[in-house]
Design a protein around this ligand. Sequence first.
Ligand code: MN
Length: 261
Amino acid sequence: MDRRNFFQGSALLSTGAMLGCATPGVAQQAVKTPFAVPATYIPIVGSDELFPVRRIYCIGRNYAAHAREMGSDPTREPPFFFQKPTDAVQYVATGTVADHPYPSLTKNYHYEAELVAAIGKGGRNIPVAKALEHIYGYTLGLDMTRRDLQRFMGDQKKPWEIGKSFDKSAPIGAIHKLAQIGHFTQGAIWLKVNGQTKQSANLNQMIWSVAEQIANLSEAFELFPGDIIYSGTPENVGPVVVGDLIEMHIDGLPNLSVKIV
Ligand code: MN
């Protein structure tokens, strides 16, 4: 390899090294890797394009009654967020029932029905008044939770990742483009298990609106296109066991269904 090629190679390597931590959209075909790691995509309704998922953010305790059932005081708590790994996504096609595996290590596996906002334009320190301009579209999803492990770790003041951020912990429907669906500031959100209503609330009961979530998140993290935000669950979270059928609904979106296997 002559000197010129060597420096080109170095440039490619440094580009590759940066891929993991910066600049989504950098051409990946220039990078050689010893094995393939699949990227995460979610279908976009009415399009042959796929939505590439960069990060999954989730807000905690964003409905007052849910905050109370989790043992906190919703009137005094600023918003807080956690992440799930991108490959926690389990895409669930409309009209299908996806098999969702009961995870290891837990004996108290909970559903949380949530509106999900998909970011199409990034930014830092985004003002609330401009925040909705950053949304590409919406869908609905489940923030599946090993509640016993989340509580156990929380009680010990340890990170609760094992309770929240495990494989397939983020079942999610197809992304609906904003132009086709509009914003979601109110409307029913419910979840049934085996046909019996468990969660039933209205999106207008969120403590922090989606716009406020985007503004707040963007102060802590630079947002990028491809980020998605689980916007919190209402009260009456609860357990499922193998064989249970979960169906969730948000007014204006097709229902999402999974069967615990
Ligand atoms: Mn949640």
